[in-house]
Design a protein around this ligand. Structure first.
Ligand code: G3P
Length: 217
């Protein structure tokens, strides 16, 4: 399973890279706006730091505009993935850009048919949004299970990115369901390795170690 950070903050990405398990980054206009930095500058910096895929989102609503923006962004770095929302116009842009070899991350996916349409159009990735569904009392994990199952049924190579992740249980469940990737805020990534019993265990071992005679270190 691959882990991406869902952020445009380079400091968070640096900390993620230090852990040695970071496979890519996803951004969206909201995350870029939070940095207060120019779009191209921040995306190019992230692409130079991260060897894996980096998603950058288009903002046009018409197919022509999405294709134009997608082609522009795709030229900024080799590891760019163009993020396009799953609308009718978006589907046409996904089709056109994928046929030209541009890798697409289909965003704002909330039902399995949107994911299937994106896969048929040649998208490299689909991003079901978990937290935003849970927020409106719609369990999100069934969506992930449906998409993974449907892609397996037909052998689609489109990878499933679990997005809008809010907590570690989302990650466990996505891993159990066989999702290819989870993209998460740094605060969630940090929590994945924590357990109070691990900390308590270390404390106990260190205190007992003090009683060992002639310690070699
Ligand atoms: O980047 C897409 C998605 O992960 C956004 O998550 O927390 O704004 O619902 P959130």
């Amino acid at each position: 399973m691959h882990f991406f950070l869902d952020t445009a903050e380079v400091e968070e990405i640096r900390k993620g890279l230090d852990l040695g398990i970071l496979d890519g980054v996803t951004t969206n206009p909201t995350l870029v706006a939070k940095t207060g930095r120019p779009f191209r500058e921040v995306i190019e910096e992230i692409c130079s730091m991260v060897p894996g895929p980096v998603s950058a989102e288009v903002v046009s609503l018409d197919t022509e505009g999405m294709i134009r923006e997608g082609k522009t962004v795709a030229e900024w770095a080799e590891n760019i993935v163009v993020k396009i929302p799953i609308t009718t116009e978006g589907l046409k842009a996904i089709n056109a850009l994928s046929r030209e070899g541009v890798r697409i991350n289909t965003t704002l996916v909330f039902n399995p048919l949107q994911a299937l349409m994106a896969a048929k159009a040649g998208a490299a990735y689909v991003s079901p949004f978990l937290g935003r569904l849970d927020d409106i009392s719609t369990p999100s994990l069934g969506l992930v299970a449906d998409i993974v199952g449907i892609f397996n049924n037909f052998g689609y190579e489109t990878e499933v990115i679990c997005a809008s992740v809010r907590h570690p249980v989302h990650i466990v469940e996505c891993a159990r369901l066989g999702a290819d990737i989870a993209t998460m805020p740094y605060a969630v990534l940090e929590k994945l390795i924590k357990h109070p019993l691990t900390d308590a265990g270390i404390k106990g071992f260190l205190s007992d170690w003090e009683k060992v005679p002639d310690k070699p270190f």
